[in-house]
Design a protein around this ligand. Structure first.
Ligand SMILES: [Zn+2]
Length: 41
């Protein structure tokens, strides 16, 4: 079991290159693609 504080944001995985980006970023650090949060995968 991993303890996660409720304030921790989940990293966003880039849909283009698959790079993991911090949740506070709006574009991928690797390919500059706009990151979108998708809850329903
Ligand atoms: Zn990317």
């Amino acid at each position: 079991m991993c303890f996660r504080p409720p304030t921790t944001q989940k990293p966003i995985k880039c849909g283009e290159c698959g790079a993991i980006n911090p949740a506070n970023l709006k574009v991928c650090t690797k390919c500059q693609t706009k990151l979108e949060k998708e809850e329903n995968i």
